[in-house]
Design a protein around this ligand. Sequence first.
Ligand code: DCP
Ligand code: MG
Length: 625
Amino acid sequence: MEYGEERVVALVDMDCFYVQVEQRLNPALRNTPCVVAQYKTWKGGGIIAVSYEARDHGVTRNMWVDDAKNLCQDLQVARVRELHGKADLTHYREASVEVIEVMSRFAVIERASIDEAYMDLTAAVQQRLKDMSVNRIDPSLLKTTYIQGYPQSSSESRGLHQWLASLTPSSLGEQSSAGLQLTVGAFIVEEMRAAVEEQTGFRCSAGISHNKVLAKLACGLNKPNRQTILPLASVTELFNSLPIGKIRNLGGKLGSSITETLGVENMGDLTRFSQAQLELHFGDKTGRWLYDLCRGIEFEAVKPRQLPKSIGCSKNFPGKTSLATKEEVQFWLHQLALELEERLTKDRDVNGRVAKSLTVGVRQLGDKRPSSFSRCCALVRYEATKISSDSFAIIKSLNTAGNQQAAWTPPLTLLHISASKFSDAPSSGGITGFLSTETSLSQSRFSTSQLSNKSSLDAKSVSPCKQQHGTIQSFFQKATERPTIQKDGEEEVSVGGKASPAPKSASESHSGLNPNPPSGASEDLLTCDRCSQEVLAWEMPEHNDYHFAMDLQKSFSSSSSSSAATTSCNISSSSSPPPLRGGVTGSAQSSRVKTKIRGQSGPAAKKLRSQGGSASTLDSFFKKN
Ligand code: DCP
Ligand code: MG
């Protein structure tokens, strides 16, 4: 076996996933040009998923529904549901679990996002080869398989016959060839995809190759409802015209820095550089990694993981809707906590695990970064009131208005909370057992008053939560990696400060021949096709909302600033119930919350308008990327 061809790795990615979920819920949408959109006040809402029939009309993700309808009059539109004033992804998340369950019957899988999973099929292929009695491969077992680099002149050909012919009879012997192994991997993936469709009704595509990078690339080559084998021998030709940013992990800053530093565009261009040159520019580990990668060779392991490492939710408050009072901050923390409690409880019941760490993140109005601060503390129990009051306690020192004031300064444009650091739920005693454990007892000593009295827990005076600059998932670095503050030698309260000034360099995050992706450990991430940022799947609606709001701002840039401000306000408030002012306390139940609808005028709004409102926030957000 040649270097780099040792394994068979596949990536399976659902086709237009959210659309398929909506089509299953409403069969009238099947086989139609159809999109899933979020929010609807402005131009019919922003599109986040597109059926292949709609793609044929030129409809793409990130278009406004009204614009898409100009391209396709019959366009059907399904809406993302809303709960607690924000996008509710429950249907999609649950559909994802169904799919993952079916896939897991075939191989050990690594869930990579809400609709894709990697699998290492090497062992399964070896087993299958041992059991194979026939000396010939039956093409009917590879009905939807394409072979990259082999002639695909007609739908009949798919390169398959030439490919099968190239697998010499001797390769069916003891030492099976890399090509044969990929072919047997493709059998397994055909079976897996058929099972997924049969059990869930959802169709998917797949890439089969020797590593994660090639499998991911291959998967996108013949979508939808098809799978592609990418042999190492076909990589040179493919990479010669493949922009560096199209490669997994090179869509972001590392990819841009390679392009700028070396003055090259395509992946294949990198083969002109010696290993020493690449090491010189990018450090030993990354240099070596790139030297192999541009030849299609990569060794990152498929890590068995089916469950997300963190569970959380977030909400944007752009422009005039930014949270400018303590009551609003408390109200929205509580709304997020309600969702978190519900999802954590379900997760505990279904997956038998409990989270021990709670992270709260905020972005302040005018901040150039996607996130300003994140702080964490022990997650004591799965109860919204407790979660929201603890969350408030660990961020309240960020409020410079002072304890006696009703105001929150600077106003917040993003709030999010998440739970992580999972461990097995105690088998007996359920939640009672969980609460009576030693850790929980010590954690429960953490109190909001202790924290608020500790002026030393000022954002600037404590260690950062190892936040990677510029990525939303950086809020959710493993809690164990964070510097923590030991209080009175008994409890562990980890409080993050200002985001660290620079991202981990690629070379720092790589080790040996098996480097982690430069962006950190893979989570349930989606790559934003607009800014290449990797974003947690559940964070995506809020992230998309940014882009939609930014588009809106752009579309109004030629109009008067006052009309832009009004429209930004409309879209923001359309995406969420009005924030509340009034008698909310940290421990208040939502039913006791006194409500007062925040108007579109008033001091805060005036102040924001004078600062440019959402425009300045969104501008600064995007300047960063
Ligand atoms: N998603 C989102 N916002 C984005 C990207 C994705 O909300 N910017 C959601 C909707 C998608 C789902 O995640 O349906 C999966 O993302 P994919 O990138 O895999 O896109 P699709 O599955 O929709 O289409 P494809 O067939 O191209 O994979
Ligand atoms: Mg998909």
